[in-house]
Design a protein around this ligand. Structure first.
Ligand code: DO4
Ligand code: MG
Length: 275
């Protein structure tokens, strides 16, 4: 079952049928610890309607914070060690990769986040920027994983590489996050064989593409959530990006006009232009 926030209201999609959710806001839905069961029950009683157009989709976020985990894949550890070695920061990434406590950082709010079809941005003072395609957990206020979406953790590698303490500036700026297209609502974990596929198009041609399986994610999503909720509360629920397993080669930087397409099969495709 997938949940979509659109200009025409909130829709549940089940077996290719669409159901309009009335009498609820995005925040009241995402505040429910029983979201999968609540929507399953709703669909049983509701009558299907005509669906919505892709252009009507909004980012699936309102009052939620967006957090992110870092260095959860071996590829991210290596890329970060390389980019920060001149700053003497490489050792920190190696240590956090194998530490018990994960790296968790504040990533975004609704105002800095775009949905599918929106534009993500390169920071005006950055010279080396990449998208980070990440499986994103949708977590209820009670700390239950109630669904999944796709996240793009846009990152300024030169700023982060200059000094790891610049991480918030490399990660949090206007248009630095994309989420969508909707939420796959399910109480069940995704299969380890689930693939995250990234394509970057420049002038309508593939400039870079790669994929990674969730088998390579070093941390259990439930453990990431457990750390995030230690002495922290999220009354409207929270999104947690689980880190990137795909990093383009060091010679690559995003340019305005590039299109970034991230697909995770059971969730859908998140597509954004840079600009
Ligand atoms: O440690 C810096 C950020 C790491 C990150 O965003 C990732 O691994 O996805
Ligand atoms: Mg990331």
């Amino acid at each position: 079952m997938r949940l979509f926030r659109t200009t025409g209201g909130i829709f549940v999609e089940e077996n290719e049928q669409h159901f309009l959710v009335l009498d609820h806001t995005w925040d009241t839905l995402l505040s429910r610890d029983d979201l999968p069961e609540f929507l399953a029950d709703f669909v049983e009683r509701a009558r299907p309607l005509a669906g919505f157009h892709e252009g009507d989709l909004l980012a699936p976020i309102d009052g939620q914070e967006v957090w992110a985990a870092g260095v959860t894949y071996y590829r991210s550890r290596g890329a970060r060690m390389e980019e920060s070695k001149d700053a003497g920061g490489g050792n920190f990434y190696d240590r956090v990769y194998s530490a018990e406590r994960p790296e968790l950082f504040f990533k975004s709010t609704a105002s800095r986040t775009v949905g599918t079809g929106g534009n993500v941005r390169i920071r005006v003072d950055a010279h080396w920027s990449v998208p980070e395609p990440e499986l994103t957990l949708v977590v209820s206020p009670g700390g239950r994983i109630v669904g999944y979406t796709i996240g793009n953790d846009m990152s300024s590698r030169d700023i982060e590489g200059e000094n790891p303490l610049y991480l918030p500036q490399a990660k949090v700026y206007n248009g630095s996050c994309a989420l969508g297209p909707g939420i796959l609502v399910t109480p069940n974990p995704l299969a380890h064989s689930t693939e995250i596929v990234l394509e970057i198009l420049r002038n309508d041609r593939i400039e870079f593409e790669a994929s990674v399986e969730l088998t390579e994610l070093k941390r259990d999503p439930k453990t990431l959530v457990e750390y995030l909720f230690r002495d922290n509360s999220f009354p409207a629920g929270v999104f947690l990006l689980t880190g990137t397993g795909i990093v383009p080669p060091s010679t690559f930087t995003l340019a305005n006009g590039d299109r970034i397409r991230i697909t995770i099969e059971p969730i859908g495709t998140l597509e954004n232009a840079v600009g």
